[in-house]
Design a protein around this ligand. Structure first.
Ligand code: XMP
Length: 508
């Protein structure tokens, strides 16, 4: 398989570069900036892209890639910081600008620059830098300029080296895709035959090869990743896969049944464990959010292990790990921003030979595409993220069965109205929270003293930062009205207008 390597210098757009390359039909992967050149050479990459990054190339401890990379004979494209690093590594000069240049700039290109063969002579590009390349290294030709930037782009086609000061990967660069295309197909000579269906075929074959006739076990949560992973493995090994769906009683309204229903048509070994009572007993009187998470995670593993013991021999465990999990847990230099808190972790009391992680190389939307291809329902495939501990982190104070039922009802109303207003594809995540606060109200002619429900809806691409969604007031009014009328025990509804940071998406 042909692939492009992205060396990550901690830039905010590194993942976006990987996405853009894959959109062109070429597989891409991200590695940390200090990756061993021998490993890169062995990786048989068709090309290398150096990402942007926040540092200055002259700063102490600035991330540097081994200079041998420029002499491997593999085409290299440096972007922003990557361009400056290419310049100083090869004898050029980078200088500190008087001020930051941030935003659109008119770039004047030279047609003979191979990256610009399909680009207008004057085109809008997105700049985000303070330092700039003052002098291109010997052997390089300057192929684009702006009023502020003497070297907006440069190349040395003989050595297959290309650099741009701006960001072709962001949509604000009007002809960025033309430039990326020119690099991939004109310079790196890629074929562009990476497709989701070829991925699925290859992934099924490689799972089959790895697992052989072994027995495979999968913990199914009903979320997109574990569902798609399970189906893919099922396609590879059929009845040798057993899926265990632990319903901890803190799922959304009707969700347990929906998951069971969605999987029933595939004819896989599917075990549903209704463990709600058991979880609630463990959670009795627990108030601290971290304690709740720990208890739910721990109990989840215990239930799963008990089911596995009934099945007997297990050779492999399926994990729904996806590419952003892999990057965030340490491959790139922008690692460790988000701590992962999935329910489960790995069970200790199940002996198995290895893990099967068929989605390790995919982004979320690619996982969704595979799910659709495998025949999962659209509603499951497009499902918004739902935390492993479920409503356990949405009920403040002690958790009881009554409170869980009340929250399920309120949350279902909120979701129904968001869908009815066609906002469900615009809002990244939206849900109701049950506060531990009761207040006075009046219903009929009688006084009430009931709970307050919080509504949370956020817009985000990575869940590390988030804006609160500006839901139209009439939609909010309808949701509030329906909740206080239809859900007994609630007499007040509030809308959360806090960004992340300083708040988080979930309240607990
Ligand atoms: P926060 O609240 O950290 O949420 O801003 C960011 C994203 O992570 C989800 N989340 C969790 N997912 N186990 C999970 O599997 C958890 O314990 C957990 N806590 C938060 C949250 O729903 C949001 O999508």
């Amino acid at each position: 398989m042909e692939k492009i390597l992205i060396l990550d210098f901690g830039g905010q757009y590194s993942k976006l570069i990987a996405r853009r390359v894959r959109e062109c039909g070429v597989f891409s992967e991200i590695l940390g900036f200090s990756s061993d050149p021998a490993r890169i050479k062995d990786g048989a990459y068709s090309g290398i892209i150096l990402s942007g990054g926040p540092a200055s190339v002259y700063a102490e401890g600035a991330p540097k890639c081994p200079p041998e990379i420029f002499g491997l004979g593999i085409p290299v494209l440096g972007i922003c910081y990557g361009a400056q690093l290419m310049a100083v590594s090869l004898g050029g000069e980078v200088a500190r600008g008087d001020r930051q240049e941030y935003g659109p700039a008119i770039v004047k290109t030279v047609k003979s620059g191979r990256l610009f063969k399909d680009v207008d002579r004057s085109t809008v590009c997105w700049m985000s830098h303070t330092d700039f390349i003052k002098k291109a290294p010997e052997g390089f030709t300057v192929t684009a300029k702006t009023d502020n930037c003497p070297v907006a782009a440069m190349d040395d086609p003989g050595r297959h080296l290309y650099a741009v000061q701006f960001h072709p990967e962001v949509t604000n660069t009007a002809q960025g895709m033309e430039m990326i295309n020119a690099f991939l197909f004109g310079v790196c000579r890629c074929r562009g035959d990476w497709k989701m269906n070829s991925f699925t075929r290859e992934a099924v074959a490689s799972v089959r090869e790895k697992v052989g006739g072994g027995k495979v076990l999968c913990a199914l949560s009903g979320g997109v990743d574990s569902s798609v992973a399970a189906l893919l493995v099922h396609k590879a090994v059929g009845k040798n896969l057993t899926c265990v769906f632990v319903d901890h009683g803190l799922l959304r309204k009707n969700e347990g049944d929906e998951v069971e229903e969605a999987f029933s048509k595939f004819g896989l070994n599917f075990i549903r464990v209704d463990a709600g009572k058991r979880f609630l007993a463990k959670l009795k009187d627990v108030v601290d959010p971290e304690e709740k998470r720990k208890i739910i995670g721990h109990e989840f593993i215990k239930v799963f292990e008990e089911e596995a013991a009934k099945i007997g021999q297990v050779d492999f465990l399926v994990q729904g790990t996806i590419y952003p999990d892999v990057i965030e847990s340490g491959a790139g230099s922008s690692a460790k921003i988000k701590s992962h808190h999935n329910v489960g972790g790995l069970p200790e009391n199940i002996k198995f030979k290895g893990l099967v992680e068929p989605l390790r190389e995919l982004f979320k939307d690619e996982v969704r595409a595979v799910g659709m291809e495998l025949g999962l329902s659209r509603s499951l495939v497009m499902r918004q993220p739902f935390p492993g501990p479920g409503l356990g982190v949405r009920i403040m104070g002690p958790i009881t069965a009554e409170k869980a039922a009340l929250l399920q009802d309120a949350d279902a109303i909120f979701r129904e109205e968001i869908a009815a207003a066609s906002l469900d594809t615009e809002i990244s995540q939206y849900f109701a929270v049950l506060t531990d606060m009761r207040s006075v109200g009046v219903m009929g002619d009688a006084r009430t003293y009931s709970y307050t429900v919080g509504l949370r809806a956020v817009i985000t691409s990575d869940f590390m930062t988030a804006e609160w969604a500006h839901i139209p007031h009439d939609v909010l009014a309808k949701v509030s009205n329906r909740i206080v009328n239809e859900v007994e025990g609630v007499n007040r509804v509030v809308y959360d207008i806090t960004t992340k940071p300083p708040a988080t998406v979930e309240w607990l």
